[in-house]
Ligand binder design. Sequence first.
Ligand code: OKP
Ligand code: ZN
Length: 367
Amino acid sequence: MKVYTSKLCTQMHTPGFEILGGAETHFYESPERREAIAGYMAEHPESFEITEEYSDFGEGPIRRVHKKELLEFLETAYDEWIKEGGHPNGVLPATVNHHKLARYGKQLASSCQARAGEFVFDLSAVITKDTYKAAWNAAQITLTATQELARLAENYQNAGDSKNHPPGVYALVRPPGHHAQSDMCGGYCYLNNLAIAAQWLIDESVKAGKPKKVAVLDIDYHHGNGTQEMFYSVSNPLYTSLHSSLDYPYFTGSADEKGEGEGLGFNINIPLPQATTDDEYVDALEKLIKEHVVPYQPDYIVVSLGVDTFIDDPIAGFLVTTDGYPKIGDVIRRIGVPTLFVQEGGYCIEKLGVNVGGILEGYLGKK
Ligand code: OKP
Ligand code: ZN
């Protein structure tokens, strides 16, 4: 399987700390995460081919899902923050523009610290000097992987050989993306890599006169509020997610969020209890695929690949084991549809490589 990544994903976005449980802690979405996964891939050349080259698709594909205001804020925030005397660790909001705050007059706030409350919804999405560049590169690497998948899918279809393995491509990127909404960052996410990729696949297929359908499978432990928000009122892509019913981001992800307008019925949330085990997780995934993904008849699957469902993950609460991940990959393989994997969460550095690798090797039928 081709793996698209870059050392820049390690180097360009390295906040020193985040605020978690009211305390200053190390930044869990750390650069070591990419190194751990890339290390595993390098040790398994029989399964993975790492490519450090990628193309720049410009701002166009990003602007299909993100608002201009967010991009401008991300690009300029850190310099303004420092001028205002903000902590060099990076930008964090002082107040979040909560829907329950009274609005009796016109908004007075204009400092960066204040504007952050428009664009950042929690205390984990620290904006450093190079965060925007890092998020931009992650999106471009993901698009490069997506373009390669589209090419492989075309060949796969033309070969007409269903015994062939459906193609798969993996974007090993950070910062992750699935919490990033059209105009808000949060949950370690700034630009929604997977959403940018899904929209690109749809747009390119329309341009080519052969419209294709995309199904999102979000298997990160946390609900992908960003992806949900971007596609809530459209029927393509389909958004589906398995996630903790109790945990972050707390206010989204319930089963009754089903989409709206044309998108009604095309947003599928399956919240799972804490302490979900391998067998329970695999059963829920099989059911989701059988009842929602297969009937949708997608041309592509795009997976928000989080392994924070892992039993020893330091910030999550499921019990999936290293042996469970190849089974998850195998279930996805059996859909039989070309699949893009995009890296999201997973914070147990020691097992990150083998767990991510396990899903992808399961997809390849190698484990
Ligand atoms: C990003 B991804 C709650 C801690 C919340 C932010 C978590 C962001 C997760 N116990 N901190 O979906 O892995
Ligand atoms: Zn997560």
